[in-house]
Ligand binder design. Sequence first.
Ligand code: NAP
Ligand code: ZN
Ligand code: ZN
Length: 348
Amino acid sequence: MTHTLGYAAKSATTPLVPFTFERREPGAHDVAIDIKFCGICHSDIHQARDEWGGATFPMVPGHEIAGVVTRVGPKVTKYKVGDHVGVGCFVDSCRTCSSCKQGLEQFCQEGMTGTYNSLERDGKTPTYGGYSNHIVANENYVLRIPANIPLDKAAPLLCAGITLYSPLRHWNCGPGKKVAIIGLGGLGHMGVKIAHAMGAEVTVLSQSLKKQADGKKLGADHYYATSDESTFKKLAGHFDLIINTVSADLDWNAYLGLLKVDGTMVVVGIPEKPTPVHAFPLVMGRRSLAGSLIGGIAETQEMLDFCGKHNLGSDIEVIPISKVNEAYERVLKSDVRYRFVIDMATIK
Ligand code: NAP
Ligand code: ZN
Ligand code: ZN
């Protein structure tokens, strides 16, 4: 067993505190990783505060993990010591169901093994995430980080990057397409970068115009404030694809009205409560409302390679782990440009 230093939530209502635990020794197909950086995803906060239900404590959050391989099991073929690698939202799945066989491990019919707040396939060993200095994972659930993306800027790609890349690919983002991203946060800013690199005409729909200059630098062609009523009139029937990254309660009906005929709005942000949807904005224009969840392993590797080719990393604010609770409060206030990333060298 390897003694591991981390930060954990001990309950849904208390701040994260230092926590030490043991990781398994690498098995035949496992890779041991020295974690260098871990991004702070809004989902970490939802889960640490049990906003989705079913949380288990102590919880070591973190599923935007970037690090360096320190050891490999005797049967590992994909990685060697010194490689730059990442771990995303899951570390295992059943490997045999039709979803797993199609490379859609995130939809494993037996349930994926979450990187934290989950149980290993044995059904009893809790998983602990990336707010820690060391992790062990099966090589088939580890990703290769391109050499030209520094590990700190790469970490958020493991969740924010793939969560936007997957629906953009699935709904054919590309040249000639008008794509809107709702919410310029961790997910949203990666959506703007990736959709722009895919060649689409990109619009940000943000609460205000405060981040407009940033949005344009990230690759947005247009930027609108959703607090301004006229935005919804100006942009009626305008978009092929809208990706909604917001977890606050929004009026989805108003946004559906911004789609062209046959347009799709994809929900990736996860509000706590159900959202009422009227039939009218859907039937008027054969529009679709869809959802998407991260991406499978092969697609995540494809995204990382795409980001390598286009030199896309995340825009980040690196913090010591002692500032994690402060960072959570700032994420909740949308006060982040655009992802907090923990420097794991600061863990003691
Ligand atoms: P984030 O960094 O907090 O960004 C969310 C953005 O939503 C904010 O930057 C803000 O953008 C906007 N927003 C916040 N409060 C709002 C309000 N009251 N009204 C309207 N807009 C508001 O969070 P994130 O890490 O990107 O995650 C976003 C959501 O996606 C979370 O629910 C997370 O759990 C979920 N998620 C889903 C998946 C998936 O696979 N489906 C994966 C990862 C995360 P503006 O300031 O520009 O308006
Ligand atoms: Zn996430
Ligand atoms: Zn499966």
